[in-house]
Design a protein around this ligand. Sequence first.
Ligand SMILES: NC(=O)c1ccc[n+]([C@@H]2O[C@H](COP(=O)([O-])OP(=O)(O)OC[C@H]3O[C@@H](n4cnc5c(N)ncnc54)[C@H](OP(=O)(O)O)[C@@H]3O)[C@@H](O)[C@H]2O)c1
Length: 348
Amino acid sequence: MTLATSLCVVGAGSVGCYIGGRLAAHGNSVGFIGRQSMADALAQHGLHLSDLHGQHWRVAASAIRFSTDLSAAADADLILVTTKSAATADIARGLAAIARPGAVLISLQNGLRNAQTLAAALPQHIVLSGMVPYNIAHAGNGRFHQGSSGELAVSAHAALAPWRALFADAGMPLRPRRDMLAVLWAKLLMNLNNPINALSGLPLKAELQQRNYRRCLAMAQREALALLALDGIQPAKLTPLPATWLPGALSTPDWLFRALGNRMLAIDPLARSSMWDDLERGRPTEVDWINGEVTTLAERHHRPAPVNAKLIDLIRAAESGGKRNWSGAELLTALSTASAATPATSNP
Ligand SMILES: NC(=O)c1ccc[n+]([C@@H]2O[C@H](COP(=O)([O-])OP(=O)(O)OC[C@H]3O[C@@H](n4cnc5c(N)ncnc54)[C@H](OP(=O)(O)O)[C@@H]3O)[C@@H](O)[C@H]2O)c1
């Protein structure tokens, strides 16, 4: 099924080109809004999309509508926002000036509050939170690869009905959720691995195969889970194990984790976190929208969050030129030291 109405992706990078590209490969008319360098690459090579199951999709350069100007979203009935979180406020201001009232916007970004930022600027529009559970890597020359699996989730809303059919037909069903905050928190708990992966310098699979890195992630998750419990938030179950069991599973010895965590390790061997990618390219990361949510929650409850605060510090140092690769043992020591040096409560 394809619709006569118009659909566009704002932020044509890994997520935007892959998801927009899959929809375009199925015959839908998709507008891509992004940078000139991406426009040039797609004009030369078109889109080559693949996934970990060995499937391939191709969109010819001649079939790609690309603009570097946000005003190309003016007629869109559905706008997928796929920039990094730091760009959302600017995008929201820009779209507020041009987007068609009544248009549906879905934030497919990580973090908790991108949809809120968009909604605050776009009161006459339907703004929904979405969640992309899998990893997408950009290999250059219009090539994007989905390196892990899962189902797209989006806040349940009647306005989604026509778009759900379109996504389903393209092989990417949108799962409507009424508990989107719980879904976003569950994704955020997994994203707490992003700074660890970026600091490791390793592909995700190689990093998660090492217990010391997994113990770092378990520490960051335990800290977040304790705060979520104080807030009465139960993260959604996105993995075979409930979120509250993950730190225990992550901490098991490598031989046991290989058996327990086979779904978690079902990742393309070359896939890396987008935070690693940002550091490599010298761009600001999303650490404030990921670990920063944990430290903000901690402040609200007058509790410390030393593990996540330390990860933020280390990523900030890497962002400002101090990037180096941390071994699992080094990182675990740094996080354990920060944790041991912090009292269990802070003064209100
Ligand atoms: N990649 C993944 O595996 C993955 C998976 C799940 C969720 N996510 C989340 O999805 C979001 C997008 O991630 P991503 O990896 O797709 O990011 P990305 O590859 O950096 O793509 C975003 C693109 O948007 C462009 N952009 C930013 N502001 C723009 C503007 N005003 N006009 C036009 N283009 C603009 C960026 O250009 P500049 O770089 O020049 O700013 C970049 O090319 C993030 O929140 C991420 O955490 C990513």
